[in-house]
Design a protein around this ligand. Sequence first.
Ligand code: 13P
Length: 334
Amino acid sequence: MNTQALLDITHALVADDKGLLAMDESSSTCRKRFVEQGIDDTEPMRRAYRELLITAPRLGDSVSGLILFDETIHQAKQDGTPFVELIRQAGMIPGIKVDLGAKPLAGHPGETITEGLDGLRERLEGYYTLGARFAKWRGVIHIGHNTPSDTAIAVNAHALARYAALCQETGLVPIVEPEVLMDGDHSLARCAEVTERTLHAVFAELTAQGVLLEGMLLKPNMVTSGADSSEQAGVEAVAEATLAALLRCVPAAVPGIAFLSGGQTPELASAHLNAMHQGRPLPWALTFSYGRALQQPALTAWNGEPANVEAAQQALSQRAAYNRAACQGTYREG
Ligand code: 13P
């Protein structure tokens, strides 16, 4: 392991109040998003959409790295320039989602375990050769009446740590993503409790498996009310509860925390991040690694039409700039 190179990449990913663009939707998730929008789900359309995102003017002013999907890391611009090369030319760092998705956990109805550890070392080496310098693995935790079980938390934490150790061995910075889903009618307090339980388990496994905390990033959910709860916590309450959970569970050795958006609207995801940056000193960089909350306005503006590419790129760069402002505590919509 080249420790200095790992530390340099980790720091570059969270420097200057920049964040990450998650554009690593699997083909099935991308199909879902395209169908919702009435866009044809074909390989050329997915390629065109990803080219639009990667080449958005001034995206690199607010975004340090892009998380790609396996299909995307092999794709190129219309003129033949590989996407990885375009990302580097724009001063950003290419990354790759390496998990193979959350599958039903045997014996635990309603819970999942993320797969993809078999053969992972070889896949990571392949992605490093293609130019990736960081990776992502998402474990999913479901809140229900009887869930999450200790088993689901333990096996997902174990898999996240095995993935992270393999990444560091290969020279890729692991983004460790334990996502407590917003789905359900649970309270803010219940989300806080489950998020803390999950993060404690994840850091215990990372430590037990020898993962270098200084050479990784955490990608957690924010602590919010369940999406179906009739009592939605306000922006200040979400920011307070999220910071409290993170301060209790995430060692200061971790250089950065980059949130997923998890189904929040673009405006709320920015407002929550902004509220966490109101002068309280924090031990880690705190930024964004949004998928939907960055892409949704761009996807809507594009709508599959070549004539709308410029407007879609503007929408993306604007949303990214809003979130960089949120990291500085100065976000105002419009
Ligand atoms: P969302 O921001 O849309 O939750 O996506 C982030 C992500 O990378 C999920 O794995």
